[in-house]
Design a protein around this ligand. Structure first.
Ligand SMILES: Nc1ncnc2c1ncn2[C@@H]1O[C@H](COP(=O)(O)OP(=O)(O)O)[C@@H](O)[C@H]1O
Ligand SMILES: [Mg+2]
Length: 273
């Protein structure tokens, strides 16, 4: 999600500066930039402007769920429908993809960052302890769970958390287990489930049949939350697969798009916005 275009431009510039100097000098710079599916035309133009400012000679935009689908190896040009649930930091994007297009999509501003905030408030409310965002993210990664009961080796050990006691002001350490984190994330995950159900409801029937057979694909960092696949599967009664290396599905797909800019009709160029 793009909240600050100046920051976006600085970030793009930072990435470009990481490219080896000589290669940068000799190349005609072509860029493919991922955008959330819910972005407005004005925002799209602003992304193109940012790319112009950093000297891109040829710029294309790609919707994130499309990039995610390419990145996990789906054939997005075929007539069969696939549903992608991409849970990033700021947004969760749910999209049905078929014939090189996004047939229907839902984008909600509940994703990994919201899970982290949920953990901060839970720790304050339940344990009277103040923790920072980074600590909360570590809790999410170490003992985050979407289910109150995890099977066997999926269940993580309790995690030691350091924070400041709100009553005494003194640093304190407590141990947290995955069950209480599952409890703290419950509401946000339900909102994601509702969005998935809504997306399924708005899927055209022929594609719904494909999705019924193939199931749903989970990508993005949020896909790493323990038990999330099972929870969504129980809710929808559909098979759910977590992509390999879900954190990099989008960027891998964007790389594939960059190599196929003359072939992929779904890439957005400057003229079309
Ligand atoms: N192991 C993990 N378990 C749960 N969430 C994770 C894990 N690793 C990363 N995340 C979360 O994934 C989010 C980033 O995912 P990503 O797909 O890279 O987002 P974006 O596309 O918005 O950049 C962050 O909120 C991060 O905390
Ligand atoms: Mg993403």
């Amino acid at each position: 999600m793009i909240a600050d275009f100046q920051a976006a431009e600085n970030m793009i510039e930072g990435f470009i500066n990481m490219i080896d100097g000589r290669r940068r000098f000799f190349s005609h710079m072509k860029m493919v930039i991922c955008i959330p599916s819910g972005i407005t035309e004005v925002e799209k133009r602003a992304v193109f402007d940012s790319a112009d400012h950093v000297d891109s000679k040829e710029t294309y935009l790609i919707h994130e769920p499309m990039a995610a689908a390419l990145g996990i190896g789906l054939d997005v040009e075929e007539p069969e429908g696939n549903m992608i649930i991409d849970i990033g930091g700021g947004t969760t994007e749910i999209a049905v993809i078929a014939l090189s297009g996004i047939v229907c999509d839902q984008s909600i501003r509940i994703a990994g960052d919201e899970f982290t905030n949920d953990i901060v408030s839970y720790m304050k409310r339940q344990h009277n302890i103040l923790i920072g965002e980074r600590t909360a993210e570590q809790i999410k990664i170490h003992v985050g769970s979407a289910l109150h009961e995890l099977e066997g080796d999926l269940a993580p050990e309790d995690y030691a958390v350091n924070g400041r006691d709100l009553m005494t002001g003194i640093p304190k350490q407590i141990k947290v287990g995955y069950r209480e984190i599952a409890h703290s994330l419950d509401k946000s995950i339900s909102k994601i489930e509702d969005a998935v159900l809504k997306a399924l409801e708005s899927t055209p029937p022929e594609l719904a049949a494909d999705i019924f057979r193939r199931g749903l694909y989970l990508t993005g960092g949020g896909a790493l939350l323990r038990g999330l696949d099972k929870r969504i599967s129980l809710k929808t009664k559909l098979p759910v697969q977590v992509a390999d290396d879900p954190l990099r599905a989008v960027v891998r797909g964007t790389g594939i798009a960059l190599k196929n800019t003359d072939r992929f009709s779904f890439l957005i160029d400057r003229k079309s916005v």
